[in-house]
Unconditional design. Structure first.
Length: 235
C-alpha cells in the first residue's frame, strides 16, 4: 500500500473537516517523536497536498523521518477515537488487515504506517521513477461520466443540426436580397427621359420644357412677324 492510498482511506473517517495538506502533515506528526517533528516544517502545503494526491512520492521525507518514528504515538492517537470510529476503520482496512477489530486496529494501523514509511525510505528515487513510468495507466472516463456524455450528446447533436439548417436558410435569404438590390440598381441606371412633341417629358427630364421646330410669332401692331425654324428653344 502506498502512502497516498493509506491517507486517502483514513481521511473520510478521521479527517474531521481539515484540508488534505493539513491532514497529511498531521499523520506524519502523530507517528514521530519530538526530535523528528521539526523536519515537517521544511515542506510546504503544496508538497503535503502532492503527497496526499499521490502526484509526489514520500521517499525524500521518509528518509529524513524514518529514524524518528515512534509507532506507539500513532497507536495512542487512534485510541482516542470512539469505538464506532475504530469499527469504521476496520471496515475500510479489512482488505489489508484481515483480522482487525476495534481493539487491535490502532496497533495494526500504526504498524502499517511505519512499514509504508520504511519502504519509501528504502526506495531509490530513480527506480521509483522508472517503475512509475512502466505502470502509469491513461485514465479513462468512468461509467458515470459516460452516462452524462451520452445523455448530453443527443440534444447537442440535434441543436447543431438545427443551427446548420438555419445557417443555410439565412445565407439563401441574403443571396436573394442581394439579387433584388442589384436588379433595382440596374433598372435605375437604365432609365432615360423621352421627349415627344407636345407632351411633358418623363423621368429625369421632367423639370425642363423643350420645343422642337416650333414657329414663334411676334406681333407688332397689325403686321405679324414670323420667326421660323428655332431649334430647341428652352424656356
Amino acid at each position: 500500500m502506498t502512502f497516498s492510498e493509506f491517507v486517502n482511506m483514513l481521511f473520510p473517517i478521521i479527517g474531521a473537516g481539515s484540508s488534505t495538506h493539513a491532514f497529511t502533515r498531521s499523520m506524519f506528526d502523530t507517528i514521530l517523536d519530538e526530535s523528528g517533528q521539526s523536519i515537517l516544517d521544511e515542506y510546504s502545503e503544496e508538497t503535503y497536498k502532492a503527497y496526499y494526491n499521490g502526484s509526489t512520492g514520500i521517499s525524500r521525507i521518509a528518509k529524513k523521518v524514518c529514524a524518528y518514528m515512534e509507532p506507539e504515538n500513532f497507536v495512542s492517537y487512534i485510541d482516542e477515537f470512539p469505538d464506532a470510529t475504530r469499527d469504521s476503520l476496520c471496515e475500510v482496512f479489512k482488505a489489508s488487515i484481515s483480522d482487525c477489530n476495534s481493539y487491535n486496529i490502532s496497533q495494526a494501523l500504526a504498524d502499517l504506517f511505519a512499514e509504508i514509511i520504511r519502504t519509501a525510505a528504502a526506495t531509490k528515487r530513480g527506480a521509483a521513477t522508472r517503475t512509475k513510468k512502466k505502470t502509469d495507466v491513461v485514465p479513462t472516463a468512468s461509467d458515470d461520466d459516460q452516462v452524462i456524455v451520452d445523455a448530453l450528446s443527443k440534444p447537442l447533436l440535434a441543436f447543431a443540426g438545427a443551427l446548420e439548417a438555419q445557417k443555410h436558410q439565412l445565407a439563401e435569404q441574403i443571396r436573394r436580397n442581394n439579387k433584388k438590390a442589384d436588379s433595382s440598381e440596374d433598372e435605375s441606371d437604365n432609365t432615360e427621359a423621352e421627349v415627344v412633341d407636345g407632351e411633358e417629358p418623363s423621368g429625369a427630364a421632367a423639370g425642363e420644357k423643350t420645343v422642337v421646330h416650333q414657329t414663334i410669332v411676334n406681333q407688332y401692331g397689325d403686321h405679324p412677324v414670323h420667326i421660323d425654324h428655332v431649334e430647341n428653344l428652352k424656356l
